[in-house]
Ligand binder design. Structure first.
Ligand code: COA
Length: 239
């Protein structure tokens, strides 16, 4: 999404969207459980916060800390994990790795942008944009032919990045999946995981600019135009 589009914000009620059955094949049970626990811990946290700030405002009663068990702790998303593993008939094993660690080669990214038909941007600016992003989430495919030693061939097949004020807001940019990997649920998984990584850092106000042809893709993920009609506005140079 290097161009401009419609500003979409996630639906507040869907900040932790339930993973559908296809996503479950991409995520281990750990992450599903983590998502439920996050909901429970957040609700409990809000409950205790409201007690502290409201009912006990003019009261000197001692605040009792909420009971905490290991199960109720928020399970954090690892920085890198295997999203999908599959074996083709010739025995080649392919893993698709999600990472929020920002490990992107700018030439690989440019090649990926070429594949989806985006206009080229200066490499130095692309590198600066990556370097100054808050989170750069990637999907890499690692293929290892049957019986072959070593690490396998690694290629960038998807990316999305978020810029942020590190406190309240984040905006998602440059969402793309290699055309030969599209339609497999990977774009959805990439954005879901990026949202989780942002929520884990307590960034709850997440927005993006959707090209008109992908509005439904984001709507499915819980994004919506601002309910109060706030519009994204642009200033373009006139020279
Ligand atoms: C948009 C993009 C990232 C989607 O990635 P993807 O891996 O193909 O998407 P998924 O397979 O995860 O699709 C998830 C769901 O969104 C739907 N979807 C995917 N692309 C869609 C689109 N363009 N419009 C509407 N729905 C779409 C899928 O049908 C699927 O629906 P389902 O869950 O009901 O089955 C990918 O098509 C892409 O890279 N496009 C080119 C670059 C681009 O336009 N980026 C967005 C710029 S704002």
């Amino acid at each position: 999404m290097p161009a401009h589009g419609v500003l979409l914000l996630p639906t507040p009620l869907k900040l932790y969207p339930p993973l559908d059955s296809r996503s479950q094949t991409f995520c281990s049970l750990y992450h599903l459980t983590g998502s439920r626990n996050q909901k429970v811990s957040k609700l409990k946290a809000r409950f205790w916060e409201s007690i502290r700030s409201g009912i006990l405002k003019n009261n000197t009663a001692q605040v009792i800390e909420p009971p905490s068990t290991v199960e109720e702790e928020e399970e954090s998303l690892p920085e890198e994990f295997v999203l999908v593993e599959r074996t083709s008939p010739d025995g080649t094993v392919e893993q698709i790795i999600f990472s929020s660690g920002g490990d992107v080669d700018v030439y690989d990214l440019q090649a990926l942008c070429d594949k989806v038909g985006w206009p080229r941007r200066p490499l130095s600016k692309l590198a600066a944009a990556l370097k100054n992003s808050y989170i750069v989430a990637t999907l890499h495919s690692i293929s290892k032919p049957a019986g072959e030693e070593g690490n396998g061939q690694k290629k960038l097949i998807g990316m999305a990045r978020a810029t942020s004020d590190h406190a309240f807001n984040a905006t998602i940019w440059d969402v793309l999946v290699d055309p030969s990997y599209q339609g497999q649920g990977l774009g959805k998984a990439l954005i879901e995981k990026l949202i989780r990584a942002l929520l884990q850092r307590d960034i709850g106000n997440i927005s993006l600019f959707a090209d008109s042809q992908v509005v439904e893709f984001y709507r499915n993920l819980g994004f919506q135009p601002d309910p109060e009609g706030i519009k994204g506005m642009f200033w373009y140079p006139k020279y």
